[in-house]
Design a protein around this ligand. Sequence first.
Ligand SMILES: Nc1ncnc2c1ncn2[C@@H]1O[C@H](COP(=O)(O)OP(=O)(O)OP(=O)(O)O)[C@@H](O)[C@H]1O
Length: 321
Amino acid sequence: MKKNLLGKSYGDILNMFEYGKLTTEETIKKLSVMRSGKVAQIQQTEPPEECLDEILAELESLIGLDNVKGLVKEIQAYIQIQKKRRVEQLAADALVLHMIFRGNPGTGKTTVARLLGKIFQKMGVLEKGHLIEVERADLVGEYIGHTAVKVRDQIKRSIGGIMFIDEAYSLARGGEKDFGKEAIDALVKGMEDYKDNLVLILAGYKDEMDIFLRSNPGLKSRFPIHIDFPDYNLEELLLIAERMVEKRDYKLSLSSKAKLAKIISKKRIEDGINSGNARLVRNIIERAIRKQAVRLQNGGNFSRENLLLLSNDDITEEDFL
Ligand SMILES: Nc1ncnc2c1ncn2[C@@H]1O[C@H](COP(=O)(O)OP(=O)(O)OP(=O)(O)O)[C@@H](O)[C@H]1O
């Protein structure tokens, strides 16, 4: 596939036109630049561009998260119908897609935000679809005037994509005298100024997010989409582990699966909501892959089966308990 220097394909440009992101003149200009030969072939080092179906398949392959999958279908249908309404010259509203994500660590919030960015770009809702992850320190300054500059910089980086604020309630941490309040006001202004090409996602623990939004009622009404990310149960975490190893071309032996289940169960009892959910699983699997590498190097048997298998010994308990 050919794409221009900004990484857009013909399809992307047409989508942006249909969704009202580009005027007729801008669209014709962009298309003619691409056709005139000022087109960059994808460089060898660049990963091939994913198509919308591939990204949607990646979303579908995530365990659980039926609410997110349903929401994406809804937005996709809405956009398509708005396009058809435009053709018939019927009123077509722009979408407001700012979101609140509530859930414990490791429940997939960042993963979903990254996929949504790519999906919205492919649907022509966002120009670039990248994800900028920010936290309090990136937004709140230390002296008068500093906060406005910081927020403006982060908004600038995020335009065309998604700004994802983890632990968003920490912005309200210092109370009235803190610059956090100024950061919230500047963010609200940015949301308005760039509402057609920027999605803001506020994420964090459910209870803290609820308190934060209750104390900022003006803020809540600007986020029409609320998604809860529940903790995964043991069965789901084991499925996630299987997907993770398959994706990396490894497999778990029966006894290593049993050991993994035991570690996860223990950790959940001990650490509760902070046990790490899918992140705990990823840490254990990544550690197991490194342990397997050392085991194979010491043993010297590099058969295909050995390269594939993560054994009971590779799944280590001590690092995670
Ligand atoms: N439903 C799922 N299916 C498969 N893998 C998942 C799923 N949810 C999360 N993961 C994997 O678990 C890891 C942690 O997920 P992620 O970073 O998205 O969680 P998070 O909610 O953003 O956590 P935090 O709040 O700590 O940043 C990632 O490697 C992700 O790919």
